[in-house]
Write a protein that binds this ligand. Structure first.
Ligand SMILES: [Zn+2]
Ligand SMILES: [Zn+2]
Length: 168
């Protein structure tokens, strides 16, 4: 799926509300390498001021991520919120060029790009299953809660720092 169409308020209205639930499959397909473990709930409002529309969008979901230190999968809630301005115009020549503004036809607008941005902003850039995940022991390869490992490896945190460096 490449678009997420939301109805705009009619000419005699000032706002409309919407609520869309994307299945895990649809959300996963669109966001590529992100694995959703729950349906993705997208809701919000569209405000109208003549030919200008404001999309106020919220997204709530749960994703499965891989810890960058121990490589275990863990689940994390994602919550994103974003505002986006649209203008109703037949083509770009009808309004002054402005990178902050998206085009729409005045009846519906495509919320996919703002939704993508809201989710990307809410995903951690360096996912860790817990702040002090001990990672994998550089000597024996087992996952340790807190270095040093019972085998004696990783005492100085060398393995963890090296792993972070290689993966960042
Ligand atoms: Zn971890
Ligand atoms: Zn060990």
């Amino acid at each position: 799926m490449s678009s997420l169409l939301v109805l705009c308020p009619g000419e005699d209205e000032i706002e409309s509300a919407f609520e869309i639930v994307l299945s895990q499959e649809d959300a996963g397909e669109f966001f590529g390498n992100v694995e959703f473990v729950d349906p993705l709930r997208v809701s919000g409002r569209v405000l109208r001021d003549g030919h200008i529309f404001w999309l106020l969008l919220q997204a709530n979901g749960k994703v499965s991520l891989e810890c960058r230190r121990c490589l275990e999968a863990f689940e994390r809630e994602v919550k994103g919120q974003i505002e986006q301005r649209y203008v109703a115009a037949r083509d770009e020549r009808d309004f002054p060029k402005d990178e902050e503004t998206f085009l729409c036809d005045g009846e519906r607008l495509d919320a996919m790009e703002p939704l993508r941005e809201a989710l990307m902003l809410s995903l951690p850039t360096f996912p860790l299953c817990s702040e002090n995940c001990g990672g994998i022991c550089p000597l024996c390869g087992r996952r340790v809660e807190r270095p040093p490992c019972p085998c004696g490896g990783g005492e100085d945190g060398f393995g963890i720092r090296l792993r972070d460096k290689l993966q960042s």
